[in-house]
Design a protein around this ligand. Structure first.
Ligand code: HEC
Length: 122
C-alpha cells in the first residue's frame, strides 16, 4: 500500500517538474538577432570554418548553423545545456549561456540565408 502511494507521489512530482521545465523554456524570452551577433564569437572557431571540419583533437564534422530553424537551434542548445544532448564542448559552452543568450543566438543563426554566404560570422 505504502509502496503504491509512494510511486504515485513520485510520478506526480515528476510531471510537475516536467511541466515546470517546459514552461521555463517557453518563458517569454524573445530572441534578438542583432544581440545574438555579438554572442557568437565563441562559436565561430568551430561552426563557420571551411568544409565544417575541425582538426582538433581529431578531424570531425561540425554542423552548419546558419539558416537552421530558430526553434530547432534553441532546442538543441537547451538540450546540450541540460545534458539531454551529449557533446562535451557544446555542453561546456551552453552552460554559460542564459535563456536570453540562447534565444538571441538562435535568432541570429536562423536569420542567415544563402545570400549571407560570405558572412564571416556565419
Ligand atoms: C569546440 C568546437 C565548438 C564550439 C566552440 C561550438 N560548437 Fe556547437 N557543435 C560542435 C560540434 C562538434 C557539434 C556536433 C555535436 C554533436 O554531434 O552533437 C556542435 C553542435 C551544435 C549544435 C547542434 C546543431 C544540430 O544541427 O543539431 C548547435 C545548435 C550548436 N552547436 C551551436 C553552437 C553555438 C551557438 C556555439 C557558441 C555559443 C557553439 N555551438 C560553439 C562544436 C562546437
Amino acid at each position: 500500500m505504502n509502496k503504491f502511494v509512494g510511486k504515485h507521489v513520485v510520478i506526480a512530482a515528476l510531471s510537475v517538474l516536467a511541466g515546470y521545465a517546459a514552461s521555463a523554456q517557453a518563458a517569454d524570452v524573445v530572441g534578438n538577432a542583432k544581440a545574438g551577433q555579438g554572442k557568437v564569437a565563441m562559436c565561430i572557431g568551430c561552426h563557420g570554418i571551411p568544409e565544417y571540419r575541425t582538426a582538433y583533437p581529431e578531424v570531425y564534422r561540425v554542423p552548419m548553423l546558419g539558416g537552421q530553424n530558430q526553434a530547432y537551434l534553441e532546442n538543441a542548445l537547451h538540450g546540450y545545456k541540460k545534458g539531454d544532448r551529449h557533446f562535451e564542448t557544446m555542453r561546456a559552452i551552453t552552460a554559460s549561456l542564459s535563456d536570453q543568450d540562447i534565444a538571441d543566438i538562435a535568432a541570429y543563426y536562423a536569420a542567415q540565408n544563402s545570400s549571407s554566404k560570405s558572412n564571416p560570422d556565419k
